[in-house]
Design a protein around this ligand. Structure first.
Ligand code: GCU
Length: 626
């Protein structure tokens, strides 16, 4: 093949977005391209690509641009052998562990923000009538993926999964994948430039090769239908199954062996079947009884059929006035906010051990609820919450000051909402989809997030929609009045509000004088409150100083009676379970680049406030005793 045809062939493999925007690497309007969304990845035949990947740190985009900043045909994705002009060699380059952010794996990458190249060889045997995907649990923040030099997809968003079809480019024997992952913060990103968490970059969740039949189940829902008599054990499950690539008339079976319940139907012209299954003696899922049933799905017939199974809980969630009803009964959500920060080692949490530690602390605290801030966590969190009986608030990172007037940003928010809901649609533990956190009260923001709230309902009408709102303060006769009247509240089923009285917002004793004026007759979750303390920093004086454990504990003692005065309070998720890294937190000796509002230090040390809240939850003295 002569040089020109090689150049033409290679240019076809380059990211279209890159070609369109050769003046900026990576282009700032990366739209997710050529990705698919598979479900129940951990229940599909897969080859793990976790382990050591060769890496090249590439702050100047040398792997994709030449010296005149033109897109080069022989980028690093060629995985070429070294020669003048191809001055790189993955096989001789250092490695990083995948999954894992790069910041906490190498000191010289701690603050690195920019492009990182990853390369992994893998052997494969092509199977007939099979589609092959490469699956990424998440990669922060924008990713460009090549297999055997062919560009297969690109993705923007740092906390949701994506799958790329490699059927046409993978072959028997030796193959290789090259990924360029860039964690640069961009103005039109989701989130945008400022966040109060560390911008951990890279392939921070599992990567695997996943095989599915030519026609495969790529989306399904099976939920319990609400009935006036929620206590009845004779109930109905409803939902749908979508079979990618299936012609109309493809048979689909859904079977729940333990309930001796089965439904059969055939796909319509949209490769989709509606499912209705009457069930008897169903045990409802709840924090007290986190009962999971094996659900078996089959699409198609014979050797080409797709078989998928997973464990699902069945429950209902709804609001009634200011009550949140789980299985028809009012529930108070005793929760805590959690970042996906790995206990002890820090960095992005991704392992079952990380999850067991974090949710184990939740249970120890007496929680039946957790707010997974401020982005979708690893799927292990929601699967484990299903097993442990912890209700979940799950959130996309529409955080602080997004470009709410930019339609490209709205599409990015919608894409991440789709990806979050597709992955976790059938996790019984999730009861709330959150569309935002602490966004500015402007008309353009309210329009944007009302669209997002309606979009979440359109994707999943079985759950409640919320957001964490800011509150404003007015002067009352006996002290400050916190007013909850953010117009976004109109679009929500459950109103979340963040407050820091006693920390950012007045001294601790101002908590006792504070009253609340809530303009919504809807359930309210106090989605953030708390203050900072450095573990081991003690001040046992009558008025302990901020950053001491005693100050944080005193703040909790004063917050609890104030919270109990809010008539429509139906849950709290104090900020937060464990200290987490943030470049915004620079106070030497107290913060040292950690947000210290955790009730537990990043080294697993429980501060005094942990026991204050634990007692309140276990004695049911915070919130209504349900
Ligand atoms: C904010 C924000 C959190 C942040 C916290 C804090 O309200 O929602 O992400 O970490 O408060 O200031 O500690």
């Amino acid at each position: 093949m002569n040089y020109r045809s090689l150049l033409a062939a290679a240019l076809l493999t380059l990211p279209a977005a890159l070609l369109a925007q050769t003046n900026a690497y990576p282009p700032s309007e990366v739209t997710t391209q050529n990705t698919t969304l598979l479900v129940d990845i951990d229940h599909r035949p897969a080859i793990s690509l976790d382990g050591q990947w060769h890496i090249i740190v590439d702050p100047y985009g040398t792997g994709i641009y030449d010296f005149h900043h033109q897109v080069k045909s022989r980028g690093y994705f060629m995985d070429a052998k070294p020669k003048p002009g191809d001055e790189y060699d993955f096989s001789a380059s250092p490695t990083l562990k995948v999954p894992g952010d790069w910041n906490t794996q190498r000191a010289d990458l701690f603050y690195y923000e920019g492009p990182m190249w990853y390369e992994k060889d893998f052997d494969y045997t092509v199977k007939p009538h099979t589609r092959t995907f490469i699956h990424f649990g998440a990669a922060n923040y924008r990713s460009y993926i090549w297999v055997n030099t062919h560009k297969v997809c690109e993705h923007e968003g740092g906390f949701t999964p994506f799958d790329c079809d490699i059927t046409s480019v993978v072959h028997d024997g030796h193959n290789f994948v090259v990924a360029a992952v860039d964690n640069s913060r961009i103005p039109d990103g989701v989130p945008t430039l400022q966040t109060d968490w560390w911008n951990y970059g890279g392939l921070h969740r599992d990567v695997s090769i996943v095989e599915v039949p030519e026609q495969f189940i790529d989306d399904y829902d099976l939920h319990l239908v609400r009935t006036p008599d929620e206590a009845s054990t004779n109930r109905t499950l409803e939902g749908y199954v979508h079979v990618e690539g299936a012609p109309a008339g493809t048979p689909v079976t859904v079977n729940i062996p333990e309930l001796h319940a089965t439904a059969q139907a055939t796909t319509d012209a949209n490769s989709r079947v509606a499912i209705t299954i009457p069930v008897q003696s169903l045990t409802l899922w709840s924090p007290d009884t986190p009962k999971l049933y094996k659900v078996e799905l089959t699409a198609g017939t014979g050797a080409s059929a797709d078989h998928l199974e997973d464990m699902h809980g069945f429950r209902t969630i709804e609001t009634h006035g200011t009550e949140i009803l789980l299985n028809g009964k009012p529930i108070f959500l005793r929760g805590v906010s959690i970042h996906a920060e790995a206990p002890y080692r820090t960095g992005r949490a991704y392992s079952q051990q990380d999850v067991d530690t974090l949710l184990g602390w939740c249970k120890e605290l007496g929680c039946n609820f957790a707010r997974l801030a401020h982005y979708p966590h690893d799927e292990r969190m929601t699967r484990t919450a299903d097993r442990l009986g912890i209700l979940i608030w799950s959130e996309i990172p529409d955080y602080w000051a997004l470009q709410f007037d930019n339609p490209v940003v709205l599409e990015k928010s919608k894409q991440q909402m789709r990806e979050m809901i597709r992955r976790d649609r059938d996790k019984a533990s999730i009861i709330l989809w959150s569309v935002a956190n602490e966004t500015p009260d402007t008309e353009v923001r309210t329009k944007y997030l009302t669209t997002m709230a309606n979009y979440a309902r359109e994707l999943d009408p079985t759950r409640l929609v919320t957001a964490a709102l800011l509150v404003r303060t007015t002067k009352g006769a006996n002290g400050p009045v916190k007013v909850v009247d953010d117009p976004l509240g109109k679009a929500l089923d459950v109103v979340g509000t963040n407050e820091y009285i006693g920390w950012y917002d007045g001294p601790i004793d101002s908590i006792d004088k504070t009253t609340w004026d809530i303009h919504y007759q809807k359930p309210l979750i106090m989605s953030e409150w708390g203050g900072g303390a450095r573990f081991g920093n003690h001040d046992r004086s009558a008025h302990p100083a901020p950053w001491s454990e005693e100050y944080q504990a005193e703040l909790y003692r004063h917050q609890i009676p104030m919270l109990n005065k809010i008539p429509q309070l139906r849950g709290t998720t104090p900020w937060c379970l464990m200290d987490f890294r943030s470049p915004m937190r620079t106070l030497p000796g107290k913060e040292d680049n950690f947000n210290r509002k955790g009730m537990i230090s990043d080294q697993g040390q429980k501060k005094e406030a942990f026991y204050i809240l634990q007692k309140a939850y276990k004695t049911r003295s915070l919130g209504k005793a349900q």
